[in-house]
Design a protein around this ligand. Sequence first.
Ligand SMILES: [Zn+2]
Length: 683
Amino acid sequence: MIAKPLLAALLTCAVSTFSLHAQQAAPKPLQAMPYSPSLDVTSLDRSVDPCTDFYKFSCGGWEKNNPIPADQASWSVYAKLANDNQQFLWGILEDDAKATNRTPVQQKVGDFYSACMNTAAIDALGDKPVQPELKKIDALKTRAEVLSALAELHHEYPGGFFFGAGTGQDAIDSSLIIVELQAGGLGLPDRDYYTKTDEKSVKIREQYAAYIQQLLTLSGEGAEQAKADADATLRIETALAKAMLTRVERRDPHKTYHILTVEELSKLAPSIDWPLYFKVQGAPGVAKLNVSQPEFFKAVDAVLNTEDVAALRGYLRFHLLTAEAPYLAHPFEQASFDFFSKMLRGVPAMPPRWKTCTRAVDRSLGEALGQEFVRRTFSADTKAKTQRMTEQIETAMQHEIESLDWMSPATKAEALRKLHAIRNKIGYPEKWRDYSALEVKPDDYIGNAIRSYHFESARRWHKLGKPVDRDEWGMTPPTVNAYFNPQMNDINFPAGVLQPPLYDPKEDDSPNYGNTGATIGHELTHAFDDEGRQFDAQGNLRDWWTPEDAKGFEERINCGRDQYAGYVIVDDIHINSKLTSGEDVADLGGTLLAYIAWKKQTEGQPLTPADGFTPDQRFFVGMAQWACENQRPENLRVSAVTNPHSPGFARINGVVSNLPEFQKAFGCKPGQPMVHTPTCHVW
Ligand SMILES: [Zn+2]
């Protein structure tokens, strides 16, 4: 589960968060990471004209050679590398589970893994681990009892109980950690699933209701009761969904910043005893906080007052069960998989157990497991080279900002101040997280998961009143992804994303700058996309743009929005480019910056053609091949609603069609589909 408060602020990148891993033929733990080059000629389809469809030209062979494994919603170069990383972690975990004389770190990750692998013990327990809490919920007879139980449920169990609460940096003063209340409480992936009336959406809601009934029945409810609870749950969630901001609205940080005193919150949503609520979370005496969506909390209050007590109990029982289902006996895990993976995303088969368990350890003990991963896979040389690449790309951005003809000197000065304040975090944290307070037992899988939830939520609540830890990471080291955090004003590249075929120490600079260079440029550009540009050098939400420059920026962004809105994702669903424009701008800016940095890096060097490509062509093919993917149509439909990234073909074709450098490299002529006018440069 992604920890809400910090990660909500992050603009995660490059691959959708539905994570992906697999191998079809009986896999074994890896002792070394497999190698594939950052420019792979077997991935090409040379029968396609690069000026017509550069994505297909670069990735057509990859698409043919890499069918989607049965346990995956989609498959891509990123997903394949994530799978390799997991298979490598699997070997570490097998060792740590059995070794004698283990270090404390090895004991924790090894025992967490062993407990997860012991499916006989997990199945023998059935739903016993959640029965005491289900009984407590059943014993809530009055509205007042339900309301006071809510605080304890939030403290004790992971689960979407009406809303989210935690801590985060104050948007206006990023040096402060404050309490945040967030919208939540839904079981489906987005509010739109509750409001849309098309045939597919109606069907999904029916299947969701069936899933709710299935879980409740498995836990011992009668069919009639389960049906009533499913109806109540859908009714409650629909009321919450209608009051939530859309994903596009949430891209505006002003729309999610509402500082209220606890007295004001108590007037807004009087049903809950807020001082008591915060005390139970371990944060007594909270005076003011950010209520990210006040209208949503009014709706929560209305639901808590108008739904009858039996309906509220049904909703709570289901949310407890759906959060714990992956940790319970097989029928619960299967039900959860069947709905969320098979039905929603089209995945035919459950992942093998080793993968489920490797992911579980990475989620709960990521910086413990990640230490060995870093030690074995991430060389000092790769760290030094990617650090240097990052600095060169920052220099390229400095020159770009200085030479922009549409931006005033005052805005440029602020932009440069922000650029120079960005911190580059490469590979892994300076200081590893200390998990010594987390007890991990070799025979208690769900207990380990719940204790790690307590550990993580305590870690976050305890940040209140302390200085911001700027060395903290929002991703674990083996993660194949990267991010920019606007409030930290830092860019972060875990060791997992700096591996072949993305960063390839055996290859020369051309494909590496095209691939990893463009990713670095992408994260850097997020500092200046439609959302990131609203934060200053200190990570504070502050408008440092002159009105004319802000207008100039928006005009340029709109050019890209119109272009991407023309691409079809699946069926007749077009890209929602208001949702994706931050990522689309980052793709374009990132590729341009990487190209400039590569030219500078290789200045005066005799670059040789290879595989029938000029050096410039190799840069662009290297860039395109990070994005090769195959997607199930069901998963594309989820992505169309929830994913701020455009699909792979659009991320490549959308970018190169705006780069005259690409058109020159491949000799593209006006009138060909990859040659757009006007070009949508912002940076
Ligand atoms: Zn991004």
